[in-house]
Unconditional design. Structure first.
Length: 275
């Protein structure tokens, strides 16, 4: 009994520590800039339940065109995540069910790329995108994610290896080829893995700042990560707008994750399990 009390107390304290920054950010999104730095600090915003309660949100969405930047991030993150699901599922199926010479070595080399940080390859990648004339477009933000699938390939491979051989034999008897078998039998079974990879890839691309800063120069193509820098200058920051923009940039991720979290847990549970 005492052990459970200690464990739950620790977990509750940990949850409070992790949630507090978002809570403080949400509270201050309803504050005026002067009230944010009030001493002692107040947890009750000065605009709460007043006529101008949502003024910060109106300014950020309308005057700073933040709605457009959120749409840009949805386009980039969504297409990149869909592409990664497509390539990783195909690669995982190939490594799991199509035995070919050197597959083990190739898969090991693929997993080794997980240890290479993106900063190491970003210079040759930039030169390649420049040669392709893709600068100041969404393509450099989307296409690389199609090819960065070490974790997703591993997850799909582990799942597809556990699919009963009887299902594959039945598909062969029905006249299915490898690609038809993948689409009709294997991929529909991997709903949890697909949802998990989509969410992880979506979040990674939504939060990416390095590539947008390098490749995007037109303001109408900004993503939310670049847009947040609008509220900062060399000497000061518009904290009420910056915190409001941060709330708007995080809310889509929270909503998507809360709605699909059961699939994430199920997909990660399946990864690495045998039998």
């Amino acid at each position: 009994m005492l052990k459970n009390v200690v464990v739950y107390t620790f977990l509750t304290a940990l949850a409070v520590v992790m949630i507090f920054p978002f809570f403080w950010m949400l509270v201050n999104s309803f504050n005026s800039e002067q009230n944010i730095f009030r001493l002692p600090p107040s947890f009750i915003p000065d605009k709460l339940f007043k006529k101008d309660m949502f003024e910060n949100y109106k300014v950020v969405l309308k005057d700073y065109n933040f709605a457009r930047y959120i749409l840009n991030s949805f386009i980039v993150a969504g297409l990149a995540a869909v592409g990664q699901v497509f390539t990783c599922s195909l690669a995982g199926f190939a490594f799991a069910r199509m035995k070919f010479k050197g597959s083990g070595i190739i898969f090991s080399l693929l997993l080794m790329t997980m240890m290479i940080p993106v900063q190491v390859t970003i210079i040759p990648e930039f030169l390649l995108m420049m040669k392709l004339n893709w600068l100041d477009t969404f393509l450099p933000l989307i296409i690389p994610s199609f090819l960065v699938g070490s974790f997703g390939t591993f997850m799909y491979k582990e799942f597809f290896e556990n699919v009963p051989q009887d299902l594959e034999d039945a598909a062969v008897i029905d006249g299915s080829g490898p690609f038809s078998m993948f689409l009709r039998v294997f991929f529909p079974l991997a709903k949890a893995e697909t949802t998990t990879l989509f969410i992880i890839a979506f979040m990674n691309n939504w939060n990416d700042l390095l590539r947008p800063v390098l490749y995007i120069s037109s303001e109408n193509l900004y993503t939310v990560t670049i847009a947040l820098t609008q509220f900062q200058s060399e000497y000061e920051a518009q904290w009420n707008y910056l915190l409001t923009g941060s709330v708007l940039s995080i809310l889509p991720l929270l909503i998507v994750y809360i709605l699909l979290q059961k699939y994430v847990v199920e997909g990660l549970t399946h990864t690495g399990m045998k039998g």
